[in-house]
Write a protein that binds this ligand. Sequence first.
Ligand code: GLN
Length: 490
Amino acid sequence: MRLNELTITEASDRLKNRDLSSVELTTACLDEIKKTDDKIKSFITVTENYALLQAEKADRKIKSGDEKDNLLLGIPCSIKDIILTKNVLTTAASNILKNYIPPYDATLISKLKNRGMVMLGKVNCDAFAHGSSTENSDFFTTHNPWDLERVPGGSSGGSASSVASDQCFYSIGTDTGGSIRQPAAFCGVVGLKPTYGRISRYGLISMTSSTDCPGIMAKNVSDAALLLKELAGKDKMDATSSDRKVDDYFEFIKNENIEGLKIGVPKEYFIEELDSKIKNAVQNAIEKLEKLGAEIVEISLPHTKYAVPTYYIIMPSEVSSNLARFDGIKYGYSEVKSQNSKVKSLEDVYLKSRANGFGSEAKRRIILGTYALSSGYYDAYYLQAQKARALIKKDFDNAFEKVDVIIIPTSPNVAFKIGEHSDNPLELYMEDIFLSAASLAGVPAISIPCGFAKPKNGNVEMPVGMQIIGKHFDEKTILKTANVYEKSGD
Ligand code: GLN
């Protein structure tokens, strides 16, 4: 096995035994990136020298024998380019931020730095995380490592492709309406969206502040559990972060007994539009968990059909407000400024920068959101959507009175071809059909691989993902269920 193919815990064991060094691990990842990234295109920025310096520093710490319990020390990762990294270009994959170098780190980056992370670089996504395929990146589309003609999913597509192709050991992404879970499913890796407020949002480039969740992509469930333990917790810089106790997820999931665990299977999710091969894969997984001791309970989440329309009112409303700060003057966008002679006024800079700097999807969302919030329409759209959101959340509260976790597919289809939906934004929005509800309700959800299926228009078997949704702040139970399934083998 090549070094970059190890999991975090395997690599960490070998680092601690001094049987390999962080510089070797980092070099193996950088070599893999050099070899494969002209085809996969995960990375917007590769921070090679910085990564090697961090690896040397980690090796010195390992040698000194300090931090024996720190399993992240010296492990290379990638970071979605929507998360601020001090002194390292952070673009949100948007032209309007193509020169932006943040003066500070996101809280989650500071936490990882304190644990000795090695950051290999910043990975591609849909611009401002608007999308499900990375085709909305203003720079380039990322390719699915399983079949280069297909999308890796999105918006955290570069995170998923970099983990799936062993260019790194783990990646940090964000999930606002599915952007960790869906690419994880498309690329056959583990993707964890924690409860809203479990990990600080400070230092994310905001999309939808009421659903934005930083989260984890990893090669297996226990690596995801390990990372959540490191990243979770109250942050005084994010008023919406929670001070609930952080569980030791990594230790907790070592108990593999799921005897009596109640798994809810909502009838609204096993619908006709669902590819039958995906349905079978998820149903087989549920049966397997039943054989291992879980009890299966049919449940109903009656407002499911309102989740996508509700999300596509609330999300653009918040997007239109969050993107208002990009005015072409702050955040280093210099294209218009450098043509000083042609600029008549600051208003001119503002209009030109926004016209040239935002891609068509960001503009579409700004316009939709401004409309939904405008006087005369607010009650019919935004207010109504907030009411629907309350009902969607209530569905989960009711269901979780009867069951411990809920299992559904992550996506109704496997990864689609690049270009297959790109001329119809509504088709892409429908990709979120199994994702939006958990985001609106703020509950935690994990996507794990549960087999393969051949797409209708292709010959390569592609990964299928299943989603395990839990109660607010009960990440430990979804991680445990996921771990039991993963350990049971295929
Ligand atoms: N696909 C969804 C969208 O386009 C979700 C994006 C996300 O979670 N960032 O908005």
